[in-house]
Design a binder for this molecule. Sequence first.
Ligand code: HEM
Length: 436
Amino acid sequence: MASQEAGSCPVAHVERSLLETGTLTDPTIRDHPQAFYAAMRSHEPVFYDAKLGSWLIARYEDAQTVLRDSETYSAERGYNTQFAKGFIDEFSAILKAEGGGFFPDVIKSDPPRHTRIRKLTDAAFSAHRVKQLEPGIVEIAADLVEKMLAKSDRGEQVDGVADFATPMTIRVICKQLGIFDLDPDTIKRWSHALIQQIGMVQTRDEMVAHARQVAECQNYLIAQIHDRQANPKEDMISDLVHARADDDNAALDFAETVSLVRALLIAGNETTSTGMGHLVYILATQPATAQRLYDSIDDDRLLGRFVEEMLRMDPPIRVTSRMTTREVELGGKTLPEGAHILLAYGSLNFDEREFACPYDFDVDRPNLTRQLAFGAGAHRCIGAALARMELKVAAREIVRRLDSIKLMIPADQLSYVPSIATHRIAFMPISFTRRA
Ligand code: HEM
């Protein structure tokens, strides 16, 4: 039943009762959270999830308030509370014993440290570096699409995640970092192990197994860093190892460098491949949108708008955390000092106060670029330009070569990797034909 209007779209009345037992730890809500989020936006936009011990922020405007005030809402304290939740001492002991040390994620620090780190990291993401990577990314995308075609010609089942999204981003990030001797499965394993530390649903046994994999990853990266210290190359690890701030010539210290190289390997990989999976999903399930891309294959602006709307509809990062540093009013609630906050991107991008007809996939919406998939404020995604370019290139190469892309199972049977941090399709069987 329609109870209010947003743009020209009727918005269904949402029952408050969904909030009585609702928690993001419930696998059904985690995989398909829209009804839960809509209830929060309507009735309790700052909602305490008792199972997580965190306040979920559901409305766009409240999220902007949080994201733009680093003093009241600490990224460092929020992230550290979420990281390896319940097991941090044991996790750090394993890393110290087996992985060359425990290196907290410095990019998640608060100012003034964050300002210094961010300045030094920005050097590795210059427009020049991103542009330099583009031809190689086109080659990777084209190669993977051809491999999917060959697999399909052999009569084998193609998985849009394992055969495209995952190898595409792993190959790009390896090129970017200058890593050429690792097999994709190893990076996939390491990424999963690290991203599970912010997923808030791992058991102790899983944490121990993941910590050992993170240790293996760090040992590998430490060797790469030592190599770049002695032999600088044209890659991002070298950019970070040799980064100097203009004003005082300060460099990153060793622990900061390890944590940043690790962050780039994982952040650039899990997030973009999750987005890449959604891209294939949209092309397979939104025929009218796919047709527009087919009709205007070289329209760079349209491709850009497609990528933006895809990120709005299914933001790969589902929550990021903050912690209050003082008592504060937000969304009609009084939060105490030390309240753990999760910004629910999957809700923010559907806020009908900001986006008219939010459930429609609409590349023509006027405020498309206000979507928040890359965050906002001081911690806004550093890899956004690179990720956007990768997604555009992937969309173009897929549309150039494939026709009639279809999902081989009903959409509601897709499974997602268990995590509250990302919304990652686990397996996506697809069919297609070769474009004439
Ligand atoms: C579609 C792909 C991507 C999405 C959706 C995404 C999303 C995000 C979001 C939401 C944040 C803000 C976190 C916060 O506010 O706490 C962030 C930060 C960050 N992202 Fe991305 N990201 C993507 C791709 C990448 C890539 C390709 C890289 C690097 C290779 C990267 C590196 C980072 C780093 C280092 C930060 C931390 C920045 C800071 O705290 O100053 N991301 N990303």
